[in-house]
Design a protein around this ligand. Structure first.
Ligand SMILES: [Zn+2]
Length: 379
C-alpha cells in the first residue's frame, strides 16, 4: 500500500530545466521507438532503449524512469486496445515531462529533501519536515507539484466476515448492501461536473470549428480546451477517489470481508436508464470506480469478487418475480418498495451467496454525499 504526499512548488528555472530535460528524453524515446518499428518492424526492449538514450541533466535512474514510463503507457495501451479499438498508442512527443527520483537519488538532511540530478548538476532542494520518501515525482497539475511516495506496510485485516453486494452505476457511482443496510454514494456532484464537462466540450469544439484548422488562433484555443477539460477531469477523479475511500473504510468498520461487485462489462446488452450514446462513458466510469474500490479494499485485507449482474436490477427481493423498474424507486406488485439501486446491490449479494428472495422489511439506505471539504450522511 502506498501513500502519496503532495506539495505545490513555485515555478522556477530549475524546475523548468528538469522537466524540459525529461521532455526531451521522452520525445527521443518515442521517436526512436516508432522509427524502429517502422523501419525494422521490431519493438526495442526497454533495457536497450535505456542504454541508448540518456540525459546529462538528470540522475541516471531518473532518466531510466522516463524511458520506463513510455513503456508503461505502451503496455496500458495494449490492454486498453482489447476493449477499445480506437485507443491510441503513445506516439506524441512532449515538451515537458514528469521527473522521478528513485531512492538512490533521495536524501534527507537537516530538514531538507535533497534530490540528486547526477554529477555536475545542482540537486533540487526542498524544505522537508516529514520522513524520507521512497520515491519522488515532479509533475504538473495546474502548477508544479511534488509527489512523495511512501510505502505503508499495511497489516490491516478484515474486522468481520460480512459479504456486501455492490452495484456500480452512473446515477450513483456505487451502492453497497450488506444484507442489513444499504450505503449509497451520492452521485449528484459527479454528475453535475460531467454535464458541465460535456457542455464545455461542445462549446469549445464549436468555437474551434469556426477557426481555421492549424492556425495560430486555432492552436491556442486547442491548447486552452485541453487545459480546461483536464482541470475538470482532475476534479472528477478527486471526488471519485474521496468517495471510494470513504465507502471502503465504512465497509471495513462494519466488518465486511468480501466485496461482491456486479460485473457491468456486459452493459451494452442492458438498455437500462441512461442514453445508449453514453454507454461507453458509463463503462469507463464504472470501470474506474471498480478499479478504485478493488485496490482500496485489498489494501485493507478484504477480498473483491465479480458477480454476473444479469437480472439483479429487476428481481424483486421479496417475491422473486422479475420486472423492469421505472423511476428511482423499485415498486413491486407484491407491495415491496425500495431504493432502486439498493435492490441491485442486494440481489448481487444474494446471487453470490446462492440465496433466494427473502421476505422482510429492509432498513432505509444510508446516503453518503460528498461536497468539497465536507461529508454528509443521511438516513
Ligand atoms: Zn415482489
Amino acid at each position: 500500500m502506498y501513500k502519496v504526499r503532495k506539495l505545490r512548488l513555485e515555478r522556477t528555472q530549475q524546475l523548468d530545466d528538469l522537466t524540459l530535460a525529461a521532455g526531451a528524453l521522452y520525445s527521443r524515446t518515442v521517436t526512436s521507438f516508432w522509427r524502429i518499428v517502422r523501419h525494422k518492424g521490431l519493438w526495442l526492449k526497454p533495457s536497450s532503449m535505456m542504454r541508448w538514450h540518456n540525459s546529462n541533466k538528470l540522475h541516471a535512474h531518473s532518466a531510466d524512469a522516463v524511458v520506463q514510463s513510455f513503456y508503461s503507457s505502451l503496455r496500458s495501451w495494449r490492454v486498453r486496445r482489447k476493449d477499445n479499438p480506437d485507443a491510441k498508442p503513445p506516439f506524441r512527443r512532449k515538451r515537458f515531462y514528469k521527473v522521478q527520483w528513485k531512492s538512490s537519488a533521495i536524501r534527507l538532511r537537516n530538514g531538507k529533501l535533497i534530490l540528486s540530478n547526477g554529477k555536475g548538476n545542482d540537486p533540487l532542494i526542498v524544505p522537508w519536515r516529514w520522513d524520507c520518501p521512497k520515491l519522488v515525482e515532479l509533475g504538473w497539475n495546474d502548477g508544479y507539484e511534488l509527489r512523495a511516495v511512501y510505502d505503508i506496510h499495511s497489516n490491516e485485516q478484515p474486522q468481520g466476515d460480512k459479504v456486501v453486494g455492490i452495484d456500480l452505476g452512473e446515477i450513483h457511482p456505487a451502492v453497497a448492501h450488506d444484507g442489513e443496510k444499504a450505503i449509497i454514494l451520492n452521485g449528484r456532484l459527479l454528475r453535475s461536473k460531467r454535464q458541465y464537462q460535456n457542455k464545455l466540450k461542445a462549446k469549445l469544439s464549436s468555437i474551434l470549428d469556426r477557426k481555421k484548422k492549424g492556425s495560430r488562433r486555432w492552436r491556442r484555443l486547442q491548447w486552452s480546451k485541453q487545459r480546461q477539460l483536464a482541470k475538470i477531469n482532475n476534479q472528477i477523479r478527486d471526488i471519485l477517489h474521496k468517495q471510494t475511500t470513504r465507502l471502503v473504510s465504512m465497509l471495513h468498520e462494519r466488518g465486511v470481508q468480501t466485496l461482491v461487485v456486479g460485473d457491468v462489462r456486459d452493459i451494452r446488452q442492458r438498455v437500462d436508464y441512461g442514453h445508449s450514446a453514453n454507454q461507453r462513458i458509463h463503462q469507463m466510469v464504472t470501470g474506474k470506480t471498480r478499479w478504485m474500490l478493488t485496490y482500496k479494499a485489498k489494501a485493507k485485507g478484504m477480498d473483491v469478487v465479480l458477480q454476473d449482474e444479469k437480472y439483479t436490477s429487476q428481481t424483486c427481493p421479496s417475491c422473486g418475480t422479475c420486472h423492469k423498474p421505472n423511476g428511482r424507486q423499485y415498486v413491486c406488485k407484491c407491495g415491496f418498495r425500495y431504493h432502486r439501486d439498493a435492490v441491485g446491490a442486494w440481489n448481487i449479494r444474494q446471487k453470490y451467496l446462492g440465496y433466494g428472495p427473502v421476505v422482510g422489511a429492509m432498513a432505509s439506505p444510508i446516503g453518503v454525499r460528498y461536497w468539497p471539504h465536507m461529508w454528509c450522511s443521511s438516513h
